[in-house]
Write a protein that binds this ligand. Structure first.
Ligand code: DGL
Length: 285
């Protein structure tokens, strides 16, 4: 039965585990299949066309494994590739959800002074999907945006507290002091640095798009009647495109437990064993 299939969650690497963790907390009965494109991370510094191509390849692999819904946990991929993924997945009847809309809606609800900031990778800030949606959904809103690329490296190194993250956060976020009252954490890795970010921006509300995403996944599953009915324990498994051991070590920081089992996969089109992936790619942009 389709409802018994896992929810596919995709990220450029390890950071999307923050989204998986939030979904698991909200939907403990659902099986989850995570794919981290660890061979090609980071997406945040790449061009739009490359992010679209990579995203279609990764999503094809998840489709081949069998999923009932695709969650694009990566903010950079949600910025550049959401339309292409939706076009490719729609003939297969697979809904595709990105992290940006849920974060935007929550920020609009949270702001009291009508000034919201988004922080993310260079690609997310340059692609401006957050900024556009905020202005579309709340005309007249003031929007600021800052790219904070070093946050990704700090989160992966586990440097979450102390002088270094505080210095980096102060430097990046200084332009946001005395402005926005709400900041969207528009990158998978940033929830881990909430402490340093709040110290740099005291009193500012931080919107965690991972949490907001989980609420939307729950709503869409019930709306589409795709919630898993089985009383058997759900399964969570992980696919990576490189270095499964590193994924386990660094991933446990994001998940508070060892991500396991982890399987190595190849997402290049030539590696596709079945037609579905190729069809998926052809349906792309
Ligand atoms: N997952 C990416 C994002 O949320 C961050 C890491 C990367 O640059 O690939 O934008």
């Amino acid at each position: 039965m389709k409802e018994d299939l896992p929810i596919g969650i995709f990220d450029s690497g390890i950071g999307g585990l923050t989204v998986l963790r939030a979904i698991r907390r909200h939907l403990p009965r659902e099986s989850l299949l995570y794919l981290g494109d660890t061979a090609r991370v980071p997406y945040g510094t790449r061009s739009r066309d490359t992010v679209i191509r990579y995203s279609l390849g990764v999503a094809s692999q998840l489709v081949e494994h069998g999923i009932k819904m695709l969650v694009v946990a990566c903010n950079t991929a949600s910025t550049h590739a959401l339309e292409a993924l939706r076009r490719a997945a729609s003939p297969l009847g697979i809904p595709v959800l990105g992290v940006i809309e849920p974060g935007v809606d929550r920020a609009i609800q949270a702001t009291r002074n009508g000034h919201v900031a988004v922080i993310g990778t260079e690609g997310t800030i340059r692609g401006a999907r957050y900024q556009r949606l905020l202005m579309e959904r709340r005309p007249g809103i003031r929007v600021s945006a800052v790219a904070c690329p070093l946050f990704v490296a700090l989160a992966e190194e586990g440097w979450l507290e102390g002088t270094v993250p505080d210095l980096v956060a102060n430097r990046y976020l200084q332009p946001l002091r005395d402005g926005p009252d709400t900041v969207i954490l528009g990158c998978t890795h940033y929830p881990l640095l909430k402490g340093a970010i709040s110290r740099a921006l005291p009193g500012v509300e931080l919107v965690d798009s991972a949490d907001a995403m989980a609420v939307v996944v729950e709503r869409e599953l019930s709306h589409l009647e795709l919630a898993r009915p089985s009383p058997d324990p759900p399964k969570t498994s992980y696919l990576v495109t490189d270095s499964p051991r590193r994924f386990e070590t660094v991933g446990s920081r994001f998940l508070d437990q060892l991500p396991s089992p982890v399987e190595l996969v190849d997402v290049t089109p030539m590696a596709s064993s079945q037609g579905s992936a190729i069809i998926f790619q052809r349906n792309g942009p």
